[in-house]
Design a protein around this ligand. Structure first.
Ligand code: ADP
Ligand code: MG
Length: 532
């Protein structure tokens, strides 16, 4: 057989911008409808991260309008009253993929340094329009303007225009305008739903949505208090791996291993550091910069498995809290019953997380054949891929015995789940569903059970009341008849009907175990009804 000639392949590297330009579906930009939804979402999430995370009551206006005469082009503009952006970072923050101020151990909606750039890339691909940014950082006296595109091959910003002028009022914040090919017809309802669900968990925000069909939705602020913002945390030793350890050591000035552990990790004091290092077989006075690969591997493994560290701190997290969830569910659904459970902080792989569950029942909630599930992660509503999310796995009537909690479908039941963490295990960069990490699934299950138990108690009490009421009505129906007959039997004037009535009421109170005022009240309303 003749030998085949060698094949000469050519190799090249790909810039992050090019990668996401080619695989935009990964980030949720798979078609014009989804892209419009995703663009609104990325801008709104950035607006919220710039406000409530920093203790500012959000005031956000979202405007979506047709671009020129075209039926498939839309401009999305989002205005916020946040901290603004230092002008020297603006070109990179908006036109360099993987550039972020949120690569920190602190809960925020954004995380990847990708979101707004995906919308800018999509705009470039579909309409060729640049992104426009107006921003005035908190404390600045000026407003800065930028017109930007992304150099896809170099992954660097192209500044097409910029300017600045002094401010005549005290506004601070950011306005971002992006023009993309979109499909309002298909995406409209989802965008409206997304804003509504955002409003449910940010009752301390005022959000206005103006749409191309001319509708204006205003979600007013219903509570004044912004939940305390998250603090930045150091990594937990259980979350460490070899590369991270190398990175931390490189950036540390510590002269000894002991010092390095205390300075670089959360919850490690001198005592814990010494105890750990002794058990792991390391000299506490060793210079961390001198560790070879083998030692680093051993140190990472030992850090991961050591049981003596404190659990990860929850100070980097910002749960919604009972008040916010309750106010949100009440404002949007007008249910007859609401209960909220916030679980204690837990951790997976060294990442702290908190699970919260709210259940709303009855009232104006439309009955449906399965629970209406509102999923949230770090305060972001998740709307797509519900059935592949860990939260659905937990509340799915095929897995969860709702009957045990006296809920039989169709039922008017809303379940809100919120998972907050410094690292949400999303299944993709589009941030739509959460993987079933067993620690999170376990916490969710416990939270839903705990909330469902309270719902059960409520339904039981309601049933009991209804039953009592039914029996009471039966008694009352015959009461006039019985008192009259008894009065006759007892003989003329010996006992008055009033006295007999009094005795009968006492009997009823004893028998049904309900308060006397309750019975008396019912009698009077019942008598009125009969007389009518
Ligand atoms: P991420 O939100 O994951 O950090 P983005 O690409 O969406 O990534 O945003 C990049 C950065 O731009 C953010 O980290 C933030 O610093 C800045 N930014 C974007 N929008 C705003 C805004 N409305 N207000 C303040 N800063 C913003
Ligand atoms: Mg973002």
């Amino acid at each position: 057989m003749p030998q085949r000639a060698a094949v000469k392949e050519t190799f090249k590297s790909m810039s992050p911008s090019r990668f996401f330009y080619e695989y935009k579906e990964l980030a949720g930009f798979s078609n014009p409808a989804r892209a419009l939804y995703q663009t609104v979402r990325e801008l709104v999430e950035n607006a919220l991260d710039a406000t409530d995370v920093h203790g500012i009551k959000p005031d956000i206006v979202v405007v979506i309008r047709r671009f020129g005469e075209a039926r498939d082009k839309y401009t999305v503009a989002v205005l916020d009253n946040g901290i603004g952006i230092d002008p020297k970072h603006v070109p990179y923050a908006f036109a360099q993929v993987l550039y972020s101020s949120k690569y920190k151990l602190r809960q925020s909606r954004g995380r990847f340094g990708l979101g707004v750039k995906m919308a800018v890339l999509y705009a470039q691909m579909t309409t060729g329009e640049p992104v426009e940014v107006y921003t005035s950082p908190l404390g600045s006296k000026r407003i800065y303007y930028f017109k930007l595109k992304i150099d896809i091959e170099k992954n660097k910003p192209i500044v097409l225009g910029k300017g600045s002028w002094s401010k005549t009022n005290d506004w601070h914040g950011t306005l971002v305008k992006i023009t993309i090919r979109g499909d309002w017809q298909r995406a409209g309802w989802r965008i409206k739903e997304y804003i509504k669900r955002t409003a449910i968990v940010t009752p301390y925000a005022r959000i206005v949505l103006i749409t191309p069909d001319g509708s204006i939705a205003i979600y007013p602020r219903v509570i004044e208090k912004v939940p305390p913002g998250p603090k930045e945390a150091k990594p937990h030793p259980h979350g460490v791996d070899i590369e991270m350890l190398k990175y931390l050591i490189k950036n540390s000035k510590a002269k000894t291993l002991r010092e390095f552990l205390i300075e670089s990790f959360q919850g490690v004091g001198r005592k814990t550091a010494d105890k750990f290092l002794k058990e792991a077989g390391f000299d506490p006075n060793l210079d961390p910069h001198k560790l070879n690969d083998k030692m680093l591997e051993k140190l990472a493994a030992k850090l991961k498995e050591y049981k003596g560290f404190r659990s990860p701190s929850a100070s980097a997290l910002s749960p919604l809290g009972e008040e916010v969830i309750e106010a949100g569910l009440k404002a949007i659904f007008s249910p007859e019953f609401v209960t909220v459970v916030t679980r204690k902080p837990k951790a997976y792989e060294g990442h702290p997380f908190i699970v919260e569950v709210g259940i709303a029942y009855g009232g104006e909630i439309p009955p449906s054949s399965e629970p209406i599930l509102l999923r949230y992660a770090n305060k972001i509503p998740l709307l797509y891929d519900e059935k592949s999310d860990v939260a659905w796995k937990v509340v799915d009537p095929n897995n969860f015995d709702w009957k045990q909690y006296l809920v039989t479908f169709p039922a008017p039941l809303v379940v809100l789940t919120h998972i907050c963490s410094t690292k949400i295990p999303y299944k993709g960069v589009g941030k739509e569903s959460i993987a079933d990490v067993s620690e999170i699934e376990h916490e969710l299950k416990n939270a839903v059970r705990e909330a469902a138990r309270k719902l059960r108690a409520y339904i039981l009490e309601k049933k009991r009341e209804q039953e009592t009421r039914r029996r009471l009505i039966t008694f009352l129906k015959y009461m006039p008849e019985i008192t009259r007959s008894l009065a006759v039997i007892a003989g003329d004037g010996k006992v008055s009907e009033e006295q007999l009535k009094e005795k009968l009421v006492e009997c009823i109170v004893r028998k049904l175990g309900v308060p006397k005022e309750h019975v008396v009240k019912m009698i009077s309303s019942y008598e009125v009804k009969i007389e009518e």
